[in-house]
Design a protein. Structure first.
Length: 394
């Protein structure tokens, strides 16, 4: 046998040995992580959700495999996936950054009841009567403004104030088909038409259209960034996005606008949009999902979320002094079942009226700001009496 032949035989045995060792090592690795696992669809910001899920893993030993949504299609993308997988669900649990679409999924049978002593003790206003979803850790819908170009005295105090002609070409909002902006449309439509008068929501949209509001596909964080960069002066967004921008040193602030001009009317203040969590119907890991949901609505988790950059307001019965001080004292009273049912119609109205007014979803720059209204007052039919100062600011 030649030297070359012996070398080839030795090479074959060497490769076989290496392959066998690698296969054994792979099996060993697989066997080392035989923990029970949960697939969780998440539309909350990844930077906020990952530490929370990691804490759950450490506390329980249950592995969590999260699937996150994008900022542009916030929540809507995950919801469509859950609907598509309804007959063969791949997710065990759903953690949403808003509530309206969660209510819709529950009504469609995509979510299942999760019953346990811990979950049953959660405050009634913040859970489904059948246990199909639980609301926790809310953030506020706010108006962000540039501290360099808008004085605190001139900031809109109510959402209707955005229809004043002084804000023409100076306003931005996220695409209303997605995320908390979508939920906000349903709330405004249902609350205003029920508590003010029919058509009030349509009048508001008309005023925004006349002011050429820009609809941004970059989400709520994109609205804040555009205001900080000087493309717009004010925008509709969430409190956590403003706080994140402030942490980066951007010169923006936010006001907590009321939904009615009468400051004395209780339950008419800031809209709080909570996170929600739920069990996906058909999961084979119901007991572990209940443990995850109970962890998410626990005081410890809400405190973590309040201490995070998002600074979500706790909704549970146990509040630290700091959280109680910062949580809006007169939040808007919302019937979420009614708001969720109105959301599709509200979003349709907003897209039809506002997208046409802005000509396209994104506009790179704003128009020149006016120092005051052309006629010194609010343009009809959107005029309102003077309002009290907003509930607070960030």
């Amino acid at each position: 046998m030649t030297v070359l032949a012996r070398w080839k035989i030795a090479r074959v045995f060497f490769l076989f040995a290496v392959g066998s060792l690698w296969a054994s090592f792979s099996v060993l690795l697989t066997g080392c992580d035989r923990r029970e696992s949960l697939v969780v669809y998440v539309s909350a910001d990844e930077s906020v959700a990952r530490p929370i899920l990691a804490a759950f893993e450490e506390e329980t030993g249950i592995r969590v495999d999260p699937v996150f949504d994008t900022e542009a299609t916030k929540t809507t993308g995950i919801v469509q996936r859950l609907r598509a997988e309804r007959d063969r669900p791949r997710a065990d649990a759903f953690w949403s950054s808003e509530i309206a679409l969660t209510v819709q999924l529950a009504n469609e049978g995509v979510l299942a009841a999760a019953l346990s002593p811990e979950l049953d003790a959660w405050p009634t206003p913040y859970r489904d009567s059948e246990g199909r979803w639980f609301a926790f850790a809310a953030r506020a819908r706010v108006i962000v403004y540039s501290t360099e170009r808008v004085s605190e005295a001139d900031v809109p105090a109510t959402w209707m104030d955005l229809t004043q002609s002084r804000w023409k070409d100076r306003i931005a909002m996220a695409d209303p088909r997605f995320g908390t902006t979508r939920a906000h449309m349903g709330v405004l439509f249902s609350v205003w038409d029920r508590r003010v008068m029919p058509g009030y929501f349509d009048a508001w949209l008309e005023g925004l259209a006349e002011n050429r509001i820009a609809l941004l596909t970059s989400g709520n964080s994109g609205v804040v960034q555009a205001v900080a960069e000087g493309q717009f002066d004010v925008g509709m967004t969430d409190s956590d996005d403003v706080r994140a921008a402030q942490a980066r040193g951007l010169k923006v602030a936010a006001v907590l606008p009321r939904h009615f001009s009468d400051a004395k009317e209780p339950g008419s203040g800031t809209l709080l949009i909570p996170n929600t969590c739920a069990m996906v119907a058909g999961t084979p890991h119901a007991d572990n999902v209940k443990r995850l949901l109970a962890f998410l609505v626990s005081p410890a988790c809400e405190e973590r979320l309040f201490a995070s950059d998002s600074k979500n307001f706790p909704l549970g019965p146990t509040l630290t002094a700091a959280a109680a001080k910062e949580r809006p004292q007169d939040p808007l009273i919302v019937r979420w079942d009614v708001a969720a049912a109105a959301t599709e119609a509200a979003v349709g109205k907003a897209i039809r009226r506002l997208q046409g007014a802005a000509d396209r979803i994104d506009r790179p720059t704003r128009g020149r700001p006016s120092e005051s209204d052309e006629d010194g007052s609010v343009a009809e039919p959107h005029s309102e009496p003077p309002v009290a100062p907003a509930a607070g600011s960030l």
